[in-house]
Write a protein that binds this ligand. Structure first.
Ligand code: GTP
Length: 420
């Protein structure tokens, strides 16, 4: 299990750091108050430790000996210090410290702890560096790796686009302006056109004094720019700020497409993704069916056991639905109504799969309260796509669903059954 290391000899400050770490971090934190203690912990847990906050002056290491020891071992760390010494700060950042934080206020301790969490998350963030100068590319890559980012490099805009095609989860591009084949502005324009729906933050790197290039980067669709040469700290502030706004946007987007109760996709997601997916399948002549599943007499569950039990049962039902159909586009499209786009299956195969699920649900025990359980059945309407729109598929599946309810529930009615 991954852990963090915090080394601080002042009891008061360590207490504050413990308190903030408990609130902000969901990983175990190892604390030490001296170099000897810290080295012992480091030796025992080296492979589990992600990063650390290290006080520069310790009783048995007054001149930053512990920081030097850990940096030489390439351990990602944030230096904590009581003195604002510009030269020392520059030298530590050059040696590879991820950040340099002054012991000023509760806010600075909070910043340092949040930085630990940032360093952990960064290992899942992919960044593409585009520059025709090998030296600059390598320097930017070195800096990003200090903050544990996954880095890809491209020597020009064309290679950058090839990498973006192969790595769809790259969410940040740092690009130079003057490059052969495709310059920085053209690259940003291409990124915005080609990956319209993928959130990608672009930071343009411009030469100092070339304010025209900086402004033009933004006007061409970049999120930010950074004049070269840059200070380590300014570089990291810009990268972190852009990554964090992107994460906030992605999280809002996720919330807007997820059902809060079950965690399944919601109706909005189903309408948007389903429509695009249906059209792709129709173009490529891939068979596609739409199933609408409704829990029978669910009102009786609420009336008999209460709304909270109803919620609990809906969550369990969603779990089983996701388990069986998670590889398809699924969603909770109504209160006790769920929809699935079954792609790549012939109608008879889709029907068999849905029948198996109906029978499985009939036999399941849905638990609630203290070891009690109840049973449910479901009705299913299934439509088979030819050149229909998603709306007309939904409408037909809905009609079949009501036919199943009218005929006594706990059954599947589909297009092909009606046709045969
Ligand atoms: N607990 C809970 N109940 C919900 C939720 N959304 C919808 N429902 C309930 O689902 C029930 C649906 O009832 P009806 O539309 O009358 O249908 P039914 O009882 O399932 O009967 P048939 O569909 O005809 O088999 C209502 O009692 C709604 O309150 C929810 O999020 N939680």
């Amino acid at each position: 299990m991954s852990k963090f290391l915090i080394v601080e000899d002042s009891q008061v400050i360590q207490k504050i750091l413990r308190h903030i770490a408990k609130q902000e971090l969901d990983r175990e934190v190892l604390f030490a108050a001296s170099m000897a203690e810290a080295k012992a912990l480091y030796a025992d847990h080296k492979h589990e430790l992600i990063a650390g906050i290290i006080d520069i002056a310790l009783p048995d290491a007054p001149n930053g000996e512990l920081v030097d020891f850990l940096l030489e071992d390439h351990f990602p760390l944030i230096v904590l210090t009581g003195t604002d010494d510009g030269e020392r700060r520059q030298s530590l950042l050059k040696k590879g410290a991820a950040d340099y934080v002054l012991k000023e206020s509760r806010y600075s301790y909070q910043y340092a702890v949040q930085m630990l969490s940032r360093l952990e998350k960064n290992s899942n963030v992919k960044i593409l560096v585009v520059d025709d100068s090998r030296q600059i590319r390598q320097f930017v890559t070195y800096l990003l790796k200090l903050h544990r980012y996954q880095v890809f490099e491209a020597e020009d805009g064309l290679v950058a686009l090839q990498i973006l095609d192969k790595e769809p989860d790259i969410h940040m591009v740092l690009t130079d302006y003057h490059m052969p084949n495709l310059n920085g502005f053209e690259l940003v324009q291409q990124i915005r056109q080609r990956y319209e729906k993928t959130p990608i933050a672009v930071i343009g790197l411009s030469s100092q004094g070339d304010s025209h290039v900086s402004v033009q980067f933004i006007k061409n669709g970049a999120n930010d720019f950074l004049p070269k040469p840059f200070e380590h700290e300014e570089f990291f502030c810009r990268v972190t700020n852009n990554i964090e706004s992107l994460e906030r946007m992605l999280s809002l987007k996720l919330q807007a497409t997820k059902d809060y109760l079950t965690g399944l996709n919601n109706r909005r997601y189903f309408a948007e993704e389903g429509d695009a997916h249906l059209r792709r399948c129709q173009t490529e002549e891939i068979p596609i069916c739409l199933a609408m599943i409704d829990i029978d007499l669910f009102k009786r569950v609420n009336d008999g056991f209460g709304h909270l039990v109803g919620d609990q049962v809906l969550k369990q039902f969603a779990y089983y639905l996701d388990d069986c159909f998670g590889r398809f586009i699924t969603a909770r499209t109504g209160g006790e109504e769920f929809s699935i786009l079954l792609t790549g299956l012939q109608p008879s195969q889709a029907r068999s799969l849905l029948e198996e699920f109906r029978i499985m649900v009939e036999e399941l025990e849905f638990e609630f309260g203290d070891g009690e359980y109840l049973r449910l059945t479901i009705s299913i309407g299934m439509s088979v796509a030819s050149d229909d729109s998603l709306d007309s598929l939904l409408q037909r599946a809905d009609q079949h669903l009501y036919a199943a309810k009218d005929s006594g529930r706990n059954m599947l009615v589909s297009d092909s059954i009606m046709l045969s």
